[in-house]
Structure formats: C-alpha cells, structure tokens
Design a protein around this ligand. Sequence first.
Ligand SMILES: [Fe+2]
Length: 237
Amino acid sequence: MITRAAAWSVLTEFTRSDSLRKHARAVEAAMRAYAARYGEDPEVWGVAGMLHDFDYEVHPRAPHHPVKGAEILLARGVPGPIVHAILAHADYAGVPRRSRLDRALYACDELSGFVHACALVRPGRMIAGLEPASVRKKLKDKGFARTVNRDDVYRGAEELGVDLDAHIAFVVSALTRTSPSSSRPSPTLPPSSASPGPDDAARRHFPAGIGATGALAVVPAGWRGRGAPSETRGSGG
Ligand SMILES: [Fe+2]
C-alpha cells in the first residue's frame, strides 16, 4: 500500500498547480469521508482521491490522462484497485466501474468541483452552510460553471446508489469539516483534514474567476470537465 506521504510526493512531482493540488485534497477528503461511512480503508480511498488527476498537467489530453498516468502509478507500486478506480473515473478510458471505490471516486470528483464553484459565488466564498437545494438550482443553471458535466454529477450519485441531495450534503460536510483553522499546512504534506480554501479552485473543475454577472465565467482553455480536454473524450470521463 502506498502511504499518504508517498502519494503526496507523487502528486507534487507531477503537479505544480496549487489549484490542482488542492482539488486533489478536496476529492481526497470526500473519499476519506465515504470510506468511513462504508467501513472501507480511508487510506486507500484517500489515496485514490489524491492521485486521480495527478498526471493531468503532463497528460492534458484524453486518453493520455489518466491512461498513461495509470502506467506510472503501477510502476510506482500503487495498488491495482486504486489504479483501476483512477482509470474508471474517465469514461473514455473504457474501464468499467465495478467496485464501490470506483463509483465513489467518480461520484466525488465532479461534484467536489461543482460544490467549490458554488461556494465561490457565496458571501465569504464559504462551503460551510451550502445547501443541497442551492447546489441543485445551480446544476440546472446551464450558464453556471458550464464546463461541469451535469450528467456526470447525476450519474455519479446514481451509480453510487445515493440520493443526490444526500450526496451533496455529504460532500459539503466533508469539505466543511476540513476547516482551515484545524489544519497546519505543511510545505510538503498538508494534513488530511486540510480543505480547499476560497481560492483553491482546481482549474479543471472550477472556473478561474467570476464574471461581472456573478456567473463563473472563466475556464481554462480546453477544459471539458472530468479530465478530458481533448475532443476524444467520451461521455463523462
Ligand atoms: Fe478531478
């Protein structure tokens, strides 16, 4: 089993973007919370969350991300089930989601990004107190965080077998619990409880800025959601 410290080392070796690193930590936090709920190993699930996009900067096009990244992870000794979940979080990789780990990662990835986007337009840009109804409303607003694939969000909850409102509340809670005041950021390894702060928008999942209308308007070039900036992406993924 790869340790969290080793996973962080791999992530930071391949990912310079602070926003992407923090997105990794956000998904890690959601995955750890779900692992606890399901009686699974939070270390395993947390590592899957932390590493799911680790190769995005070096492999920005599908299907290189995450297929080539998976080869690197296997060579680094990352356990097969984690690598499988990472492959399966991209629909275009053609790897079926079989385990609960696979389905949880898929469910947490896009929603974590969307929740963060919702928080960015709240007073104080706070995730705490974000209501599922508010998130649902924004999911229906096609102009809001428009690069987030709504079908992925809905499909993720459905595949995991959780009510969407409950899933949203669960992810919001997981990210809220990781309050900055409880963390002691380290230059090398953030605490597992660390949460994304107001400016910690992972560029793949979160717009980089907020437009004058309040709509999240700026997105990274080529971003199409779910780590598939290329035209070769399939649905979701
Ligand atoms: Fe992601």
